[in-house]
Design a protein around this ligand. Structure first.
Ligand code: NAD
Length: 357
């Protein structure tokens, strides 16, 4: 029996997570896999109820479960709060509290959705790459940081820092994922300018010696950005630091043209993970039953694959999504002329139907 903590969060979070729960219930009913679900609070919803975007109770629940499924956090209602009370703080807090250092963001372009990309379909059709981003270190957390007065004017400072152990563990993550995929890792840095990146490159070379079946190449981040839009299918696994990964993974996501389709995982060293769609809480469409739930449903597939060791069940979900797309069903965000446009709830029902057929 695996215990899953459900954190719907804010905005469309509740609507899309409800569809993922339908999928989990269907898997429970039709397979031996027992997944028990527990509800928790995070983000604005948590602030409204407890005064904190990440209540202690949520951390306690998280530490007592096998995996977390998160919807999204944030929204205009909480934007004027002081920084450490904002919903997004809850997200950063839980990642760092659970040491979820390895962020996996696949960018997959389903052939059925090739029209959704802003690039020519021959460049992106069939794209399947994985970005492995270091999530709890680097310039987002390095000290010193802040804004101070220096030489009579305001002076801002952030520090890009990595211990070799932090680089090595994300390196191992990337190589192990590549072993299950196309066996190629491209490490992205800026070693021509930044000393911390020189160390990054050296450590990646050292880690690669443990994985003789995987090839390693290096790119500077500016070239990597260019290559991602020029010839994205050259990549299998990209491993990079927190800041570069933040930017490149959004760029890769946009190659697929459909933010509502992309799941993600954030793992610790024991493959304990938090799974969530890459998009935010989409306040503009919240409560209208039009949000695309597929990124969240595909996050359940990632959870089964990376944390719960249930590859067969993960594949079942992936196949159900393909079946539904093949039949021409689309939520509004991925629909083109001639498609059958369905709402959030109907899309969830269609995936369950495909799973059970
Ligand atoms: P967003 O991802 O919420 O929305 C961007 C655009 O994509 C919007 O037009 C939205 O309608 C659309 N969209 C997003 N998800 C969709 C889905 N599943 N189906 C259909 N369309 C979808 O980004 P934003 O508007 O910049 O941010 C809104 C709020 O979400 C902010 O408070 C932000 O801080 C927060 N946010 C949270 C996360 C997270 O929880 N991981 C990530 C990004 C942004």
């Amino acid at each position: 029996m695996s215990k899953i903590l459900i954190l719907p969060g804010d905005g469309i979070g509740k609507e899309i997570v409800a569809q993922a729960i339908k999928v989990i219930n269907s898997l429970n009913d039709n397979n031996d896999m027992g997944m028990s679900l527990e509800d928790g609070l995070i983000g604005g919803a948590a602030y409204d109820e407890t005064g904190s975007p990440l209540p202690d109770e949520t951390i306690k629940l998280a530490k007592n479960c096998d995996s977390i499924l998160l919807g999204a956090v944030g929204g205009p209602k909480w934007e004027s709060l002081e920084r450490n009370l904002r919903p997004e703080r809850g997200l950063l807090g839980i990642r760092s509290e659970l040491d979820l250092f390895s962020n996996l963001r696949p960018a997959i372009l389903y052939p059925q959705l090739a029209n959704a990309s802003s690039l020519k379909s021959e460049i992106v059709s069939g794209l399947d790459l994985m970005i492995v981003r270091e999530l709890v270190g680097g310039i987002y957390f390095g000290k010193p940081r802040g804004v101070e007065i220096k030489d009579g004017e305001r002076f801002g400072i952030n520090s890009a820092t990595y211990y070799e152990s932090e680089i090595a563990r994300i390196g191992h993550s990337a190589f192990q994922i590549a072993q299950k995929r196309g066996k190629h890792v491209c490490s992205v840095d800026k070693a021509n300018v930044l000393e911390v990146c020189e160390l990054w490159r050296e450590v990646m070379e050292e880690v690669s010696k443990d994985y003789p079946d995987v090839t390693l190449s290096h790119l500077y981040v500016d070239n990597a950005a260019m290559q991602l839009v020029k010839d994205p299918k050259q990549f299998d696994v990209i491993v990079t630091s927190n800041l570069f990964g933040d930017v490149l993974s959004d760029c890769a996501a946009m190659l697929t043209g459909s933010i509502g389709m992309l799941p993600s995982a954030s793992l610790n060293k024991n493959n304990y993970g938090m799974y969530e769609p890459i998009h935010g809480s989409a306040p503009d469409i919240s409560g209208k039953d039009i949000a695309n739930p597929l990124a969240t449903i595909l996050s359940v597939s990632m959870m089964l694959r990376y944390s719960l060791n249930q590859e067969e069940l993960a594949k079942k979900i992936d196949i159900a999504v393909i079946k539904v797309l093949d039949k021409g069903y689309r939520t509004a965000d991925i629909a083109f002329e001639g498609d059958k446009v369905v709402g959030t709830m109907e899309m969830g029902d269609l995936i369950v139907e495909a799973l059970e057929s």
